[in-house]
Design a protein around this ligand. Structure first.
Ligand SMILES: *[C@@H]1O[C@H](CO)[C@@H](O)[C@H](O)[C@H]1NC(C)=O
Ligand SMILES: *[C@@H]1O[C@H](CO)[C@@H](O)[C@H](O)[C@H]1NC(C)=O
Length: 425
């Protein structure tokens, strides 16, 4: 059973394949299989943009008695060494892929790459913020780069010590996975980093909020440590039927994996799932963070705002898949969703050292695809791509607090259009 994320990108991929012929000349630039059809034709990439296929990087498993994926297999990461001026700088990326909320969905997940290293690809492409191609990743291309695999189902936050049995066995050890992977990387040179950057997208974006200060604490000798959460600002809002679907979902995850222990500062009046939302987690973060998030995050529109169960008549089906198909009334609700995001991040806007890039695109995770991170087709705010904005912020070249105008005002937006909806557990 694929996760909602992998299902999303697979579906995008089918559309992408149709575009592939037309773009064959440009195909070396992007891994098309990942990209969606776009709302407008892709501009032809400049001849100097991108030179080659993405680098493939091998999986390294981490053997630690206590750090285990859902099914008991060892966790892992992919490491690409830095070079030149980037040799002493490290960028880590925490993989995303939703969460599992009960034994049934976790049992399905155990049979996938998101619950077991036995199902992970042994090599993955490094693209976007992990690319070693300067034209695609201008500021971080020569850094040491690590993509940390996600196989615990609770954003590296589960704290259950014993194996849990229900028909079959489960390990809810995300926190131990985080610790074991970090210990391994520290011994491989991370501890001597001059600059370190923790990033992640989607559920990995949430993981980044959760672990940012832990990361800072592991690197006492590193002068510059910052974090970037991409597409990870999940909102605690009512959905179109007036229910708090996402909070109920997070409550389940938090109970199942005993996530509450990870948030000792979260008020005891709150439901456990509430403590898991970025708005709560971010309150206590002291390390500089960058919030990269679209105002109309396609995953959130599908799963937070209009989950299938809250739309029995399927009135949101088309809008959920393609923002150009939303009715006037639905667009009003989407504008309300954008406002809820802006209200939620408002308290972080004036924090010293924090940055943000809130574009008005219909997309999810913009740092892990060449086309949305830094390309002629990438969304821009004030003429800067996400890669340029994040680079400017990381290196203190300027203050970056970019908030885009309302949809459909930004003609540079790269909006996805899905072929069919996909199901969530
Ligand atoms: C085991 O899982 C089933 C559903 O898969 C559930 O009904 C049952 O309550 C669970 N048992 C325990 C001990 O949690
Ligand atoms: C936008 O940025 C590009 C370089 O990325 C530059 O060539 C172009 O002149 C800029 N446009 C404006 C209006 O500033």
């Amino acid at each position: 059973m694929p996760s909602p994320f992998s299902a999303l990108w697979r579906r995008l991929g089918r559309r992408g394949a149709a575009l592939a012929l037309a773009l064959l000349a440009a195909a070396l630039l992007f891994t098309l299989s990942r990209y969606a059809a776009v709302s407008s034709d892709l501009p032809s990439p400049s001849p100097t943009y991108g030179h080659r296929l993405p680098t493939l990087v091998d999986l390294t498993l981490v053997y630690d008695r206590d750090a285990l994926c859902l099914d008991g297999t060892p966790p892992g990461y992919h490491f690409l060494p830095g070079f030149g001026q980037g040799s002493h700088s490290w960028i880590l990326h925490l993989e995303g892929g939703s969460w599992c909320r009960n034994f049934k969905s976790c049992a399905r997940r155990k049979k996938t790459n998101l619950g077991s290293s036995a199902h992970m690809d042994s090599r993955v492409e490094f693209v976007g913020i992990l690319s070693d191609d300067e034209s695609q990743n201008p500021d971080f291309y020569n850094w040491n780069k690590v993509r940390i695999r996600y196989c615990d189902g609770a954003s590296f936050s589960g704290t259950v010590q014993d194996e849990v049995k229900n028909g079959t066995g489960f390990f809810f050890r995300g926190q131990r996975i985080w610790e074991a992977v970090m210990a391994d990387l520290l011994s491989k040179g991370l501890s001597r980093a001059k600059q370190a950057f923790l990033t992640g997208c989607s559920a990995g974006g949430l993981s980044t909020y959760i672990h940012c200060d832990d990361f800072r604490a592991l690197l006492p000798k590193t002068p510059m440590v910052k974090c970037l959460a991409d597409g990870g600002f999940f909102l605690d809002v009512e959905d179109i039927s007036g229910r708090r679907y996402m909070r109920a979902f997070y409550n389940d995850v938090a109970w199942l994996q005993d996530v509450r222990k990870k948030f000792p500062r979260c008020s005891s009046d709150m439901e456990p799932g509430q403590c898991f939302f970025p708005q709560e987690v971010a309150k206590s973060i002291t390390t500089p963070m960058f919030i990269l998030n679209p105002a109309y995050d396609v995953w959130q529109v599908e799963h937070v705002l209009s989950p299938e169960g809250s739309d029995p008549q399927n009135l949101w089906r088309n809008c959920r898949m393609d923002i150009t198909k939303c009715s006037t009334k639905q667009l009003e609700i989407l504008q309300g969703f954008r406002k809820a995001l802006l209200d939620a991040i408002n308290e972080f806007k004036n924090r010293r050292g924090w940055g943000m890039f809130i574009d008005s695109c219909f997309i999810h995770c913009q740092s892990m695809k060449a086309i949305t991170w830094h390309s002629p087709s990438a969304a821009r705010i004030n003429n800067k791509t996400a890669a340029e904005a994040v680079g400017d912020w990381f290196f203190d070249r300027r203050e970056v607090k970019e908030i885009d105008c309302e949809y459909p005002c930004n003609p540079t937006c790269y909006n996805v259009a899905l072929d069919e909806p996909y199901k969530q557990d």
